[in-house]
Design a protein. Sequence first.
Length: 257
Amino acid sequence: MTLLVLGLLAIQACGDPAQPLAVWGRAGREPGEMIYPRALAKSPDGSFFVVDRAARVQHFDSQGKPLNLWQMAEWSQGKPVGLTVNRDGNLWVPDTHYHRVIVFTPDGKEIKRFGTQGSGPGEFDLPTDVVFDTQGNIYVSEALFRAGVHPRTPAARLDEAALRRLFKAVRAVLRLAIRHGGTTYLNFVNFWGQPGNFRRKLRVYQRTGEACGRCGASIAREAIGGRSSHYCPECQPAVGVRVRPGARPSGRGPRRA
């Protein structure tokens, strides 16, 4: 467990919460010092990032040695409250009060930024965190099914109506997944050691050959970009899309009442 306190970053042992394994930093504005640290994110290489109330982002090695520091470009409206490191090691910062996300390299070079205030596609309302799911294909398959979009459809071919359906479907699927604690197929458990229950809500993922609950057709599976995509060939028609031979299972499953 990690505790963020004024000017200190404490890593606690799970067995005895009164005995931290390590304490790094102190109050201040110099490298290695912090003003009310707000969030921490660990990198795949064992290093980690911390953002504090002064809108400063610091990069530390696995032993707590400061590597580098940079200031967010704007902070008068508010400071970030969350950090996420992608598997490539880049840092994604939800710039909460500016309704956007900014991506940095580990040394603080800005790669890109996106988002504006609003409730439409690509818009945010005070974003507080960014999440990358290692099993993202689960949620992609489920969202595409709800939106009626074939997984091989190029994004440029989606009209406004399809984009809006997909946007609403993504939000609905993620909200439902969070509500049910995620999806457990192997060994994923939450902080309390409990598996996710979203598997019971899946409509197409890992249901190859089963009857679609909406139309009765057999669910198909196809490898796209090295990941498994599951879909209903009837509810998600391949209009103007080339489908690999053998992607659709033959026959139809029994219709549900």
